[in-house]
Design a protein around this ligand. Structure first.
Ligand SMILES: NC(=O)c1ccc[n+]([C@@H]2O[C@H](COP(=O)([O-])OP(=O)(O)OC[C@H]3O[C@@H](n4cnc5c(N)ncnc54)[C@H](OP(=O)(O)O)[C@@H]3O)[C@@H](O)[C@H]2O)c1
Length: 342
């Protein structure tokens, strides 16, 4: 008989966990899930949900009862949080969470980020996981400090695995690629037939959420994974032009290269189209960013990442071909009215 595995899933109300939770259940795990908000309606009845603010140690009472594996996804990013909030939701929350972790846990799977490497100090490229990171922005600094909280418990015997994904996309994503899809939908709504993108291409790095979920499950049980960090990135690195071309085509638009980095519809015009689309029934979930194509504009001297560690565990990507994965994500947004067209 397969021994019963009980997961404690933090950040359960977030984007990545909305895919990991069903995958755990489908794999036969018992799941205790927690987020701060009240229990979401879509959670299956068998999920033991706790509404917990991890920055408040008194709320963690009994959280680990019966738990064999911790999947720690709770955190905050710069898309919606200040530096202070990022510190609290990442570093303080994780310190509290791992302080109470029982020594008998079979695995601690911590969701970090490749932002820990930073963009300014040149690291060996492709970046290996054992490099000394040099995070350059608030989010990367918070995620790196958070990792230290987890590794410290690893040194005292907990079997810790750290995943470092790049920008994650897929159904339900409200930021990053999701916001870029919204930007193109707004321009289509406003009557444009061509999407302008800055002529200087910027190399992107992305991973589909299903691949990240599969890697999380794989590393949660893979013998020998404990004590290691793993970059998680699709092997293909598309340019900003290639990604914009896919988005434009999905909305029946052409693409043009512009000398102006601020090209395209300005924020006020996008916000106005956004208001109209919401009035016409568009769901309000995707984040409208002041900066158009926010996630595609940043160059990064450390963009390429080594994948040998993950691949040597036998893991294989199923959404390595990004174009169909991006197209099917856009289809999902349209089917669920997260973006609409006239
Ligand atoms: N999405 C990406 O592209 C990406 C890339 C690399 C790494 N990551 C990392 O992956 C993890 C999950 O990302 P995501 O995009 O799924 O996040 P998300 O959608 O923003 O969800 C964040 C989750 O964390 C919970 N949370 C935040 N502060 C908390 C606190 N003080 N106490 C308890 N729960 C708290 C939220 O709960 P409520 O909403 O209920 O308050 C929510 O469930 C994060 O650690 C993130 O840094 C994400």
């Amino acid at each position: 008989m397969v021994p019963q595995r009980q997961a404690l899933l933090t950040g359960a109300t977030g984007f990545i966990a909305s895919h990991l939770l069903p995958a755990l259940l489908a794999d036969g795990w018992s799941v205790r899930a927690c987020g701060r908000r009240p229990r979401p309606d879509w959670f299956p009845a068998e999920v033991d949900y706790r509404s917990v603010d991890l920055t408040r140690p008194e709320e963690l009472e009994g959280l680990y009862d019966g738990v064999t594996h911790l999947f720690h996804l709770a955190g905050a990013s710069s898309s919606t949080s200040t530096e202070e909030e990022m510190h609290r939701a990442n570093v303080v929350a994780t310190r509290n969470l791992v302080a109470g972790a029982p020594a008998e846990l079979e695995r601690v799977v911590h969701m970090s980020s490749t932002s820990v490497y930073g963009e300014e100090v040149q690291l060996p490229v492709p970046v290996p996981e054992d490099v000394v990171p040099s995070p350059s922005r608030g989010y990367g600094k918070a995620k790196w400090a958070t990792e230290q909280e987890v590794w410290a418990r690893g040194e005292s015997g907990l079997p810790v695995v750290v995943l470092r994904p790049v920008s994650v996309f897929g159904p339900g994503n409200v930021k990053l690629l999701g916001s870029a899809v919204l930007d193109v939908a707004l321009e289509r709504w406003a009557g444009l037939d061509t999407v302008a993108v800055h002529a200087r291409p910027v190399e992107q790095r992305m991973v589909h959420v299903d691949d990240l979920v599969a890697a999380s499950l794989h590393l949660a049980t893979h013998e020998g994974a404990a004590g290691h960090a793993y970059n998680v990135v699709a092997e293909e690195y598309p340019s900003s032009h290639a990604v914009t071309g896919i988005l434009a085509d999905a909305f029946g638009m052409g693409m043009t290269l512009a000398d102006d980095p601020e090209c395209g519809l300005g924020y006020e015009a996008r916000a106005s189209a956004h208001t109209q689309m919401l009035e016409q029934g568009m769901a309000p979930h995707i984040l409208l960013t002041r900066q158009r194509f926010r996630f595609m504009g940043k160059t990064n001297r450390n963009n390429r990442l080594r994948l040998d560690a993950l691949l040597s565990t036998g893991f294989r990507f199923t959404h390595g071909d990004l174009e169909p994965a991006i197209r099917s994500t856009i289809d999902w947004y349209r089917e669920h009215h997260w973006v609409i067209t006239r």
